[in-house]
Design a protein around this ligand. Structure first.
Ligand SMILES: [Zn+2]
Ligand SMILES: [Zn+2]
Length: 356
């Protein structure tokens, strides 16, 4: 024999009570989910970022933006369990979506289903990043210079490319303040105005990995905000003094620089041995010639440890040390470099390539 009670609300006989009323009366008052009829999804016209839960984030496509906005605006009843949400956006125009939502869940172990509709309007605005960039905002300056010389146009361009790569990578990881507001080409280098000091540090480190050099930071008081001092940081990036193609005089040796990164690598022209040193270790080195000064001259004779060449300027025959792995035949032309420390034969294909 079943045990029935009467629903206090409608008076029907019922086997089970839900919050003191019958099943029909209980579910009559339950709205499984609610959704506003119109939603506004803010999107940046310039970079495509979207405004989500109080902040700007890098966007996926427009449909993702619509779906996320609907999901954020959807409120599901507290008693619902095992919730499943299905969102189907339909594009009416690029700035207007009609969205159908189906929600399935269980409430007090009973399956409940609800269908809702909303309209999502795309509102175009400038995001935090784009409005800062267009307003000329910056937090720090990266000053690109070189030690005891002026950076070449190629070096400046390469530094700016590296800086752009760094900020793009940081932006992709979600750092929306990693941007370059402005870059100035100056006689003695380049200045980059940057959105965050953190990006300035990353830019300098990336330049050093590829091109060598060092950097230092100096903060200057810029103003106050909410009672706190605001500093702008100047990052002094110094490219190394010597580059590939330079010939330097250092500790009585003439060295041909092959590459300049964290360490400078070169060839000691009098012994043919490899040269490796950090910028600190190279204090006192001086520039003595450039690859542009190298010329071809006639190889007169080859001996065991020496070769005889024509001095390209005096046309006298001079005997100089034979480079390591020297293969040229007497009578042919070889590249040489004349410095105030003497005449040196250049070996290796690298030297020849640079001459042609
Ligand atoms: Zn009832
Ligand atoms: Zn933007």
């Amino acid at each position: 024999m079943m045990n029935y009670t009467l629903c206090p609300k409608c008076g029907k006989e019922t086997e089970k009570l839900y919050d003191n009323v019958c099943k029909d009366c209980f579910f009559e008052n339950i709205r499984l989910a609610e959704l506003p009829l119109v939603l506004h999804a803010k999107t940046c016209t310039k970079c495509g970022a979207r405004f989500n839960r109080g902040k700007w984030v890098n966007a996926g496509n427009a449909e993702d933006t619509v779906i996320r906005n609907v999901e954020n605006a959807l409120s599901v009843h507290d008693l619902a369990e095992n919730i499943e949400i299905y969102v189907e956006p339909r594009e009416l125009s690029p700035y207007m979506y009609r969205v159908r939502v189906e929600v399935d869940a269980t409430v007090k172990d009973e399956p409940v289903h609800q269908e809702l509709n909303t309209e999502v309007r795309i509102v175009r605005e400038a995001c935090d990043m784009c409005s800062r960039i267009s307003g000329g905002y910056f937090e720090g300056i990266v000053q690109i210079r070189a030690t005891n010389r002026v950076p070449t146009g190629d070096e400046k361009k390469r530094c700016i490319d590296i800086a752009n790569d760094v900020v793009h990578r940081m932006q992709k990881k979600g750092d929306r303040l990693a941007f370059i507001t402005d870059s100035l080409d100056l006689k003695d280098g380049a200045d980059l105005y940057i959105g965050s000091n953190n990006s300035g540090r990353h830019i300098c480190r990336a330049i050093i990995v590829e091109m060598g050099g060092s950097f230092s930071e100096s903060p200057t008081l810029f103003g106050q905000k909410d009672g706190k001092d605001i500093y702008r940081i100047t990052f002094s990036m110094r490219l190394p003094e010597f580059m590939s193609g330079d010939f330097i005089h250092f500790k009585d040796k003439v060295i041909q620089i092959k590459s300049s990164g964290k360490r400078t690598i070169g060839i000691d022209l009098s012994t043919g041995s490899r040269f490796i040193a950090t910028a600190d270790e190279m204090k006192g080195a001086t520039h003595t010639a450039s690859m542009a000064d190298a010329v071809m001259t006639v190889l007169v004779a080859v001996e065991d440890n020496a070769i005889m060449v024509l001095d390209p300027y005096t046309y006298e025959t001079v005997t100089i040390k034979k480079p390591v792995s020297f293969a040229a035949q007497a009578g042919s032309e070889i590249p040489v470099i004349k410095t105030e420390y003497g005449l040196f034969a250049l070996s290796g294909e690298h030297a020849l390539e640079n001459l042609r």
